[in-house]
Design a binder for this molecule. Sequence first.
Ligand SMILES: [Zn+2]
Length: 272
Amino acid sequence: MRAARVSPACACVLLCATAWFSACVPWVLGVESAFESVGAPHCGALSSPAVFTPTALCVDYRKRGRHFGTHELVALLSGTAERLSHAHPDAVLHVGDLSAPHGGWISEHASHRTGRDVDLAFFLTDMAGQPVAASAATRIDRFGLGLRGMRVVRFDTARNWAVVRSLLQGDEADIQWIFVSASVKARLLSFAVRKGESWELIDRAERVLHQPTGAAPHDDHFHVRIFCPRGVAGAFCQPLGPSRPWRVSIPDAVLTDDRRLDLALSACIEPN
Ligand SMILES: [Zn+2]
């Protein structure tokens, strides 16, 4: 997704910051995992990543080498696919881009730089209700319909809600955002209410489902962003955006220890 603009100084600042981390962090914290997700989603890097490995329940539908993320994100994907299969045994989660091996810029994305972002394809059906294989992005309009070539397809609300539900119910990671268009959000929440889901779950979904401002509407896929890794692995990670009531707390001693990253990142993030 497109978020804040990044100045030309970003790469330089991060390079300096990374050099400083490489020299000092192991000495300060005594652990390499502090590097895992460094910086902000649109101005950062990734180190010691976990590798997303496709399974029968969870495939990499873009196959272009962007399958690296934090350990929490990769665990979230396999856990989500597993939970999804309980409700919909034939459902295969179609996973798009995560991050490059060392994070940083990748084409077609302003974020996806720190291993905390992943795109998921929508589940779609034909007009008879038969599943349609996910591949290229299909934009969904306010009626829940889209065009795949010359063919009209329908947003599969039940299975897409099951994806959101599975993301929110796992304990592998804390969801910060699920970027999606306002009309898709309304469709999903309406379905959840009719289905009789708990108000706690609906409240969580209402908070994290969001059409980003100043960016593509995300009417053709879910863009999931998790919070910084819990504990020391998130020491140099910048969450940005709101916290959530259900967010697992991170030890203050780790987060407040270093202000240099704040200074470095404030130089590379320009307000919209
Ligand atoms: Zn994305």
